[in-house]
Design a protein around this ligand. Structure first.
Ligand code: RB5
Length: 149
């Protein structure tokens, strides 16, 4: 069973700073402890610097779940999925968010701050946090690539 109150590590670049702040509030309102690796404002930064910090800590098991945000979500996805054991899912809708948990046991949610509006992003985060992994045949499939390809 998923621990819905487990701490979440979060990071973003300048293109999604404002959305990250709103999601932090949403998480804290749920009673979830948030570890924020930055960025801390709207000044231009390089998304890999933040994506690597979050993905490394999820990969090493220090956090069970992470959230990454950049303008499109694409760069953060590419960075995060290079880390062993990370299953980062770029989600644009509720169906994707729910299925990324049910079937893929996604441990990092990625959002595009220039793509997804605040209200939908909040719904996606809530659905992603609340949806457990189904296991079974899906675990077998994860095992087929968890240790590399
Ligand atoms: C920054 O301009 C932008 O490239 C970044 O936020 C992200 O969309 C990269 O994939």
């Amino acid at each position: 069973m998923t621990d819905q109150l487990a701490p979440v590590i979060i990071g973003c670049d300048h293109a999604a700073f404002e959305l990250k702040e709103k999601i932090k509030t949403l998480l804290r309102d749920r009673g979830i402890q948030v570890e924020d690796v930055g960025t801390t404002g709207g000044a231009s930064v390089d998304y890999p610097d933040y994506g690597k910090q979050v993905a490394a800590q999820v990969s090493e098991g220090r956090f069970g779940r992470g959230i990454l945000l950049c303008g499109t979500g694409l760069g953060m996805s590419m960075v995060a999925n290079r880390f062993s054991g990370v299953r980062a899912a770029l989600c644009h809708d509720l169906f994707g968010a729910i299925m990324s948990r049910k079937h893929n046991d996604a441990n990092i949610l990625v959002l595009g701050g220039r793509v997804t509006g605040d209200i939908l992003a909040a719904e996606i985060v809530a659905a992603w946090l609340d949806t457990p992994f189904e296991g079974g045949r899906h675990q077998k499939r994860l095992d087929q690539f968890n240790s590399g390809v």
